[in-house]
Design a protein around this ligand. Structure first.
Ligand code: ATP
Length: 200
């Protein structure tokens, strides 16, 4: 039985925080593979807010293709309709029926999880790997599930990520600031070549 990590995100752009998280989850949870899943049209963001999915897919591939233990899935990118995480989990459960699934998310996303479509079903299908993020209080995250009949299986990864976000990187590129310490080189080149984030 393999242990498979699923790491979804907008990845607009993918940054060193994402890479650190994926590497740490692979190591700490002894996963066999981490699959990166760039989203298509996320239900919680409007389309004009985010870059073309082909760009986000390309940047995610550039960031992870030379690292062992990772692959990038176009499952959500190819979907024509908004994709909920519970549907993504079902898809991978079908692909890997005998394997154990781990869903990797930042503490900010885990904080919002009770607002997600069919989140209890999602929680029942996998172990959640929650990655700490500045400003998110750990105890508050978990107290919400205290007393649950079937509490989620959660592994908390503390002190992994840097204090970096895609929002911050987009703003820096817009202001023509250097992002080379926050984003892999190949992705920096891709952003420049395709003139991403110059308008917002
Ligand atoms: P944005 O600023 O556009 O919202 P983001 O930096 O949060 O983007 P996403 O692609 O939305 O990046 O993130 C994918 C997943 O990675 C989410 O679950 C998010 O919480 C998590 N994540 C992203 N950056 C970090 C970080 N620095 N530390 C911990 N988790 C992170």
């Amino acid at each position: 039985m393999a242990r498979i990590g699923l790491f979804g995100g907008t990845f607009d752009p993918v940054h060193n925080g994402h890479i650190a998280i994926a590497k740490e989850a692979l190591k700490k949870l002894a996963l066999d593979e981490v699959i990166l899943i760039p989203c298509g049209d996320p239900p919680h963001k409007t389309k004009k807010d985010i870059s073309d999915k082909a760009h986000r897919m390309a940047m995610t591939e550039l960031a992870f293709s030379s690292l062992g233990g990772f692959s990038v899935s176009d499952y959500e990118i190819k979907k024509q309709t908004p994709c909920y995480s519970v549907d993504m989990l079902k898809h991978f459960k079908k692909l890997y029926p005998d394997d154990e699934l781990f869903f990797i998310i930042g503490a900010d996303s885990f904080h919002d999880i009770p607002t997600w479509w069919h989140y209890r079903e999602l929680l029942s299908m996998c172990t959640i790997i929650v990655v700490s993020r500045p400003d998110i209080d750990k105890s508050e995250l978990f107290s919400r599930f205290a007393g649950d009949e079937a509490p989620p299986r959660v592994f908390y990864l503390g002190n992994v990520s840097y204090d970096v976000s895609s929002t911050q990187i987009r703003a820096m590129v817009y202001r023509r600031q250097d992002v080379s310490k926050l984003v892999p080189d190949k992705v920096v080149q891709y952003i420049k070549k395709n003139e991403l984030y110059t308008n917002h």
